[in-house]
Design a protein around this ligand. Sequence first.
Ligand SMILES: [Zn+2]
Length: 243
Amino acid sequence: MDKLISKLKKFVSVSDQIVAFTGAGFSAESGISTFRGAGGLWSKYDPSIYADINYFNQDPTYYWNFFKDERYPVIKKAKPNDGHYALVKLEKRGKIFRIITQNIDGLHQLAGSSNVIELHGNTRNIFCRKCNKKYSLDEVYTILKKELPPRCSCGGLLKPSTVLFGEPLPQVALDMANISARNCDLFLVLGSSLVVYPAASFPEIAKNNGAKLVIVNIDPTPLDDIADIVINESTSKVLSELI
Ligand SMILES: [Zn+2]
């Protein structure tokens, strides 16, 4: 592990266009429950009912109940971890050029990172589908306690900006992620198992365009073979040592 960290330090010292790509493992250390895998939310809630756009359009009460019971309390309580703060420091040192995240908890921005590309939206940003008015987590929770599904003052239905199953990923975010992957000199995968496409294609794009690829994840990933360094460790631990 020490050898791998010192190799990583060398990579970081000669790079100034670093892309950090963060996944569920990165936020798990902030107490954000994961969706996939054993013990994940999808083993308790069927995503085709609770997180699918077609089902949401038919009957949004399932999603909003899930939000009220499982998402709001967790997101409300969650605080950025050492990994989030380490990325803020790297950004201030002029190393990080972009953060691409699969997470929907908004913790990078809360920690102080500025160049964040959110591939799957953000649970903290909730919009009226009719007039596009933005609502905060707390505002929606207040409405939710009285009215299910929650509605805007104009009568329109509220929906978080998070990408539900059956919805396309936001094109602007995809385009920006693509450009960032093409132009970086070091691509850090942090806490992603790299199984969800197209998100998992960005490390390949970076590698094919000459960047070094480093994967920090508790478990092995399908891209370990093409990576320059693989560290099977907690992301906050590795980043704290790096800093
Ligand atoms: Zn409205």
